[in-house]
Design a protein around this ligand. Structure first.
Ligand code: GDP
Ligand code: IMO
Ligand code: MG
Length: 435
C-alpha cells in the first residue's frame, strides 16, 4: 500500500511544504486533511518562493490533482485569493483542485469572536493566527456549523446562516467585540463565493477511494504539527484539529487500512509560534542566532518564531503518537556556524527523569531539559545533496538524533530550494517513495 502521510513532528513550520512538494513527484493526488489558512507552507523553486495556505503543495506540479478534505476549515475569500495568486503566477488550478462537500466554512464572525478568548483581560491568550480557525471548529463540534454542501444549496444556506449569524451577533454585542457586521452583505458575498467554488466541490472521500482502488497514489499533507494537535499536543496551547496521523483518515474519509506509511518532518532544532511551554527554548543570544540564520518568522503572521534546541523526548513522543516509519530532518544548514550544539535527551522534574510526556502545561513548563552538547561542524552543509558530502560531525549529529529518537532518518534538507535535499540511499523512505 503506497499512500503516505507527511506531517510535522514538532510545533509546526518544520518544512512540510518543501518536502511535500518534493515527494509529490511520486504521487497522483496530494490531500490536506485538517487546519485551514492558519498554515503557511513555503516552497522554493529556483528563485521563486510560493507560500501555500489552504491549497495542498501538490498544486505546483502540473499533472497532479489536489484535494481539500472534509477535516479542513475553509475561508472562501482566502481560498479564492490563493487560487487567483496561483493562477497569476502561472500555476493552473482549474480542474485540478477538489474540495470536500463536507468541509466546514469560516465566516467573518469567526475571527471576530476569536477575540473572546484572545483579547479579553484575564484570559490566557493562545497566540492564535486570528484566522477564526478555533471558532469554526467549535461550531462544527457543536453541530451548528455550515459546510460546503450547505453553502451550495441556497435555500438551506439562507436558513442555517440566519440562525448562526444571529447567534454570533448576540455574542459579539455581549462581549463588546467591535461593530456589528453587515450580516446581509456577508450572506450575499458568500452566495457569490458559492458560485465561484461550486465546480470544485464534490464528494472527495469518494474521489480519493476510487482513485486508490484504481491504483493511484495519495500523499496526505499535514498542517501544523503533532504538538499542536488538539488531543495529543500541549493543550490548551494547540490548534483546534488533529494534526497527527490519525487525522489523515478522519479528515479525508480514506480508511487507515489504505494508508501505508507515515513520514515525520522535524527541524534539526525546534521552533514554536504563539504561547505555551517550550522546554528547550534557547537563551536570548542563541535564539537570536537561530532565528536570523533560519529566517524564523511566521509565514502567515510574520511573527518571530521562538527558537530552541532539538528535543529528543518530544520527538520520541510524537514518533509514538504517529508511528513514524522515517524522519526527514530539515534546516541542517542553519546549524553550520555553531561551535557546540545542545540536544535535549531527557526531561527532569524534581531531579527525576520523566518517562512520559507531561499532559499539563504546568508540568511541562517546569521540566528541566537534560542536554548533551555535541560538537558543531563549522563547515557548510548548505546545499549539500549527498550523505557522503556532509561534514563528518554533521553526520554524527544526525546519527545521534536517530539513536535518541529511535526513528531512522530517510532524508535531510540542506536548504529551502526543492533540490537541496538528500534522500538517504537504501533507506526505508526511498522504498516508501518508490512503491
Ligand atoms: P511548513 O509550515 O512546515 O511548510 O514550514 P514553513 O514554510 O512555515 O517554514 C519553513 C521555512 O524554512 C520556509 O521558509 C522554507 O523555505 C525554509 N526551509 C525549508 N527547508 C529548509 C532547509 O533545509 N534549510 C533552510 N535554510 N531553509 C529551509
Ligand atoms: P504550519 O502548517 C506554526 C499555532 C499558532 C497558535 C496555535 C493556535 O505552517 O506548520 P490557530 O490559529 O491554529 O488557532 O492557533 O497554533 N499555529 C501554527 N504554528 N505553524 C502553523 O502551521 C500553525 N498553525 C497554527 O501560532 O500558537
Ligand atoms: Mg508554516
Amino acid at each position: 500500500m503506497s499512500n503516505l502521510i507527511v506531517l510535522g513532528a514538532q510545533w509546526g513550520d518544520e518544512g512540510k511544504g518543501k518536502i511535500v512538494d518534493l515527494f509529490s513527484e511520486h504521487f497522483d493526488i496530494v490531500a490536506r486533511y485538517q487546519g485551514g489558512h492558519n498554515a503557511g507552507h513555503t516552497v522554493r523553486i529556483g528563485n521563486r518562493k510560493i507560500i501555500l495556505k489552504l491549497v495542498p503543495s501538490g498544486i505546483l506540479r502540473p499533472r497532479k490533482r489536489v484535494v481539500i478534505g472534509n477535516g479542513v476549515v475553509i475561508d472562501p475569500a482566502a481560498l479564492i485569493q490563493e487560487l487567483e495568486a496561483l493562477e497569476a503566477a502561472g500555476f493552473k488550478t482549474r480542474g485540478r483542485l477538489f474540495i470536500s462537500h463536507r468541509a466546514h466554512v469560516i465566516f467573518p464572525f469567526h475571527p471576530l469572536l476569536e477575540g473572546i478568548s484572545e483579547k479579553r483581560p484575564g484570559r490566557v491568550a493562545i497566540g492564535t493566527t486570528s484566522r477564526g480557525i478555533g471558532p469554526c471548529y467549535e461550531d462544527k463540534v457543536a453541530r451548528r456549523g455550515i459546510r460546503m454542501a450547505e453553502l451550495l444549496d441556497r435555500k438551506v444556506f439562507r436558513r442555517l446562516y440566519q440562525s448562526l449569524a444571529e447567534d454570533k451577533d448576540t455574542l459579539r454585542a455581549a462581549f463588546a467585540l467591535g461593530d456589528a457586521l453587515d450580516l446581509e452583505k456577508v450572506r450575499a458575498q458568500y452566495e457569490e463565493y458559492a458560485e465561484r467554488l461550486r465546480p470544485m466541490v464534490q464528494d472527495t472521500a469518494r474521489l480519493l477511494n476510487t482513485a486508490i482502488a484504481a491504483g493511484q497514489r495519495v500523499l496526505f499533507e499535514g498542517a501544523q504539527g503533532t504538538m499542536l494537535d488538539i488531543d495529543h499536543g500541549t493543550y490548551p496551547f494547540v490548534t483546534s484539529s488533529n494534526a497527527s496521523a490519525g487525522g489523515a483518515a478522519t479528515g479525508t474519509g480514506v480508511p487507515p487500512s489504505r494508508i501505508g506509511g507515515v513520514v515525520g518532518i522535524s527541524k534539526a532544532y525546534i521552533t514554536r509560534v504563539g504561547g505555551g511551554p517550550f522546554p528547550t527554548e534557547a537563551g536570548e543570544a542563541a535564539e537570536e542566532e537561530l532565528r536570523n540564520r533560519g529566517s524564523e518568522y511566521g509565514a502567515v503572521t510574520g511573527r518571530p518564531r521562538r527558537c530552541g534546541w532539538f528535543d529528543a523526548p518530544l520527538l520520541r513522543y510524537t514518533a509514538m503518537i504517529n508511528g513514524f516509519d522515517t524522519l526527514v530532518i530539515t534546516k541542517l544548514d542553519v546549524l553550520d556556524h555553531f561551535a557546540e550544539i545542545p540536544v535535549c535527551v531527557g526531561y527532569k522534574l524534581s531531579g527525576k527523569l520523566l518517562k512520559e510526556m507531561p499532559a499539563t502545561t504546568d508540568v511541562l513548563g517546569r521540566v528541566e531539559p537534560v542536554y548533551r552538547r555535541l560538537p558543531g561542524w563549522r563547515a557548510p552543509c548548505a546545499g549539500v545533496t549527498s550523505w557522503r558530502a556532509l561534514p563528518a560531525r554533521a553526520r554524527d549529529y544526525l546519527r545521534f538524533l536517530e539513536e535518541q529518537t529511535g526513528v531512522p532518518i530517510g532524508a535531510v534538507s540542506t536548504g529551502a530550494e526543492r533540490r537541496q535535499t538528500i534522500v538517504v540511499k537504501g533507506s526505508r523512505l526511498e522504498k516508501l517513495l518508490r512503491r
